[in-house]
Design a protein around this ligand. Structure first.
Ligand SMILES: Cc1ncc(COP(=O)(O)O)c(C=O)c1O
Length: 397
């Protein structure tokens, strides 16, 4: 089936956070919403049919995760992550964020340390802090427009200072994001291997968020952390879903792939009584997406790539804004530092002069100030309207 992603469908007053919370978030409603990470594209017909069929059954009791669901995840992991996983490794959660929270709580005590690579997806911060842990920063480096991991600084975090451990409590894990939100960078096998070796050397677990792993641009290939080696498989918790890929974020479902028996046991016991199973509709939708959504996905990826190219074209003309080249995700990172505005003025410029709702870079932690994140998963005419508004606003400066 050929989808028409150009079609504008109003999502206002449907309880869509992206459209209905603009007044609350930005203080005005007349913005083009280019912020939170969902797509303004209808779902695949096959997913809609599967959810409708399930709804028609008229019994919405507690869910059991069927073998067919596990098989769809195993097949997807093999095809898309290049990773042969076993059914018993899969723990289903109502989202990647619940999975990350559970992972951290399952392997730490209050006061322990977790490393992150900033700027990074903003919900990583409360995920760590609310688990009672401290954040240690291993900021990314921006070199000639490309983000790199700083592995030297990572190693230095473990160097003893004045003859004793640099931290009072242990560093338990490194929380990674690949593809990386908000920079659009995809960590390759070599980079992940280096970081994975450092983790093993210092007895750190890798918790990795691979939710964007199927949203990648032509010529790119995702390398799933667990697929690299048996040692890495045993030393990690890989969180994966199809909710970003297939635009199902409001349904809430993800999987934590945990090959290590001890880690999995602790993860499951941490979940008990707190983290519910995802709803029957979420399970139904994700299984349909993985089994039947590829035709839709192919078209979405082509559409997104054209949107990305449109953004790059505008980027050439934007005075003072550099678009960071993305390898994956529909969330693109804009370097606005040449505008020389302080944080309040920059935010005010986008909201009140350009009238577009972008995500404020400061949310993403260190290295986020002076940046903005734009969501390009929107019908092209609206994206173009937003980009024109930015261009016009820049020309008034
Ligand atoms: C990197 C990343 N992880 C996790 C999430 C949220 O995942 P979930 O809705 O499954 O909790 C997002 C949403 O934008 C994201 O970008």
């Amino acid at each position: 089936m050929k989808y028409n992603f150009d079609k504008l469908t109003s999502r206002k007053n449907t309880g869509a956070l992206k459209w209905d919370a603009m007044e609350e978030v930005f203080g005005r409603e007349d913005l083009i919403p280019l912020w939170i990470a969902d797509m303004d594209f209808r779902v695949a017909e096959e997913i809609k049919e599967a959810v409708k069929n399930r709804a028609d059954h008229e019994f919405y009791g507690y869910s059991e995760i069927n073998d067919s669901f596990y098989e769809s995840v195993i097949k997807r992991a093999k095809e898309k992550l290049g990773w042969e996983i076993k059914k018993e490794w899969i723990v289903v959660t109502p989202g990647v964020i619940p999975a990350l929270n559970t992972a951290i709580r399952s392997m730490t005590h209050p006061g322990d340390n977790i490393i992150i690579q900033e700027p990074v997806y903003h919900l990583f911060f409360p995920t760590i802090r609310n688990s009672g842990c401290h954040i240690i920063s291993n900021p990314l480096k921006l070199i000639n427009g490309k983000y790199e991991m700083d592995l030297e600084q990572l190693e230095s975090l473990f160097e003893s200072k004045m003859g004793h451990n640099p931290y009072y409590k242990p560093i338990k894990a490194l929380l990674l994001c690949n593809p990386h939100n908000p920079t659009g960078r995809m960590w390759n096998k070599e980079e992940l291997t280096e970081v994975g070796k450092i983790a093993i050397k210092h007895d750190l677990k890798i918790i990795i968020d691979e939710i964007h792993s199927e949203l990648i641009y032509s010529g790119e290939k995702h390398c799933s952390f667990g697929s690299i080696s048996k040692d890495f498989e045993q030393n990690s918790i890989v969180c994966f879903s199809g909710t970003k890929t297939f635009n199902l974020a409001g349904l809430h479902v993800a999987v934590a792939i945990i090959a290590n028996d001890k880690l999995r046991k602790e993860f499951k016991s941490t979940m008990e009584g707190i983290v519910p199973e995802p709803s029957i509709f979420a399970l139904t939708a994700l299984e349909a997406a993985f089994n039947k959504g590829d035709d839709w996905l192919k078209q979405v990826l082509e559409y997104l790539e054209d949107n990305l190219n449109l953004l790059y074209e505008y980027g050439e003309r934007f005075k003072g804004i550099n678009v960071i080249k993305a390898q994956g995700t529909f969330l693109i990172w804009l370097d606005c530092r040449e505008l020389n505005m302080n944080h309040t003025d920059l935010s005010n410029f986008f909201i009140n002069t350009a009238r577009v709702g972008l995500e404020d870079g400061i949310l993403f932690g260190k290295g986020g100030e002076g940046f903005m994140r734009i969501n390009i998963a929107i019908p092209r005419s609206l994206l173009e309207k937003g980009l024109k508004r930015i261009e016009t606003a820049l020309n008034t400066l």
